[in-house]
Design a binder for this molecule. Structure first.
Ligand code: SF4
Length: 279
């Protein structure tokens, strides 16, 4: 059996950076917590918890004796203001690409009549981005949703960092027909773009595709859906325990990829399992 691993898979720059920042903070301060899970990977969050870094889920839990680390996918403007006032220390581990999207939202908010964001409205990153918008806006999940929008003088358009490039471009084309002027902020991060392209390339050549990463991870779920469109036998798993021998029966080519919040060792365990099955 041949195993093809996507050229870009696993931890991205923003996730590695966030984990390094948490570990450094844990050395420097006592009582370090993250505000929300630092990344969307339950295994990594569990490891940090074992190392003494807990996760707080609401602002009510924050106190002056805590050093609070802002998660990789950012927080809302009011939450950041609250932490500065009420936490002992605030350590910002938000990914620079997420911060760029937040700044773009604030900028478009000053120059446009209405803003459209391609993303998942209930995702914490999107909640953070829209918190910087002071004018009417709408979060869309597909290009088709643009059809229902009214004509305005000037639309602003941006995306959650982990969205699909092709849906973004399709939505932008449709939005151009809905306004006199369209101001676009390209906020999909390069790590997402590279992982999507590499995953699609592998999925088009294999019979079974395995996508490893948190079920709560937007970028991993996006990889899964993109691969599933090309390779019907695509599975989204968090750990090797979700695999079974039956998945690989009579299969000669298997593809592997992992979301940007997935540590490489989890991907490696999956590869070892498949090699074992193939023996
Ligand atoms: S996927 Fe992109 S935006 Fe998200 S943490 Fe990684 S580099 Fe940053």
């Amino acid at each position: 059996m041949e195993i093809m691993v996507a050229r870009y898979a696993g931890f991205c720059f923003g996730v590695e950076r966030a984990i390094d920042i948490v570990k450094d903070a844990a050395k420097e301060y006592s009582s370090v917590v993250t505000f929300g899970p630092i990344i969307h990977n339950p295994q990594v969050v569990g490891e940090l918890k074992d190392a003494g870094v807990a996760t707080v889920k609401s602002l009510d839990e924050v106190s002056k004796d805590m050093s609070v680390v802002i998660r990789s996918h950012g927080i809302e403007r009011k939450e950041a203001e609250f932490l500065i006032e009420n936490a002992g220390n605030v350590v910002d581990a938000a990914c620079p690409f997420v911060k760029k999207a937040q700044r773009a939202a604030a900028r478009l908010s000053k120059s446009c009549d209405y803003i459209v964001i391609l993303g998942e409205s209930d995702h914490p990153e999107v909640k953070g981005i829209v918190s910087y918008i002071d004018i009417p806006y709408k979060v869309i999940e597909s290009a088709e949703e643009v059809d229902a929008l009214d004509y305005v003088e000037k639309y602003g358009f941006l995306a959650q960092t982990t969205q699909s490039i092709s849906i973004f471009e399709k939505s932008a084309e449709k939005l151009k027909q809905k306004c006199s002027e369209l101001s676009i902020a390209r906020t999909i991060c390069s790590a997402t773009e590279k992982r999507q392209e590499a995953a699609i390339e592998v999925a088009s050549k294999v019979e079974v595709m395995i996508v490893v990463g948190g079920k709560n991870s937007a970028n991993t779920t996006r990889l899964y859906h993109l691969c599933k469109e090309i390779c019907p036998h695509t599975y989204h798993i968090e750990t090797v325990s979700e695999l079974s021998v039956e998945m690989f029966q009579n299969i000669s080519k298997v593809g592997l990829t992992a979301g940007a919040s997935t540590p490489v060792y989890l991907l490696e365990k999956v590869r070892e399992y498949i090699l074992e099955v193939a023996r």
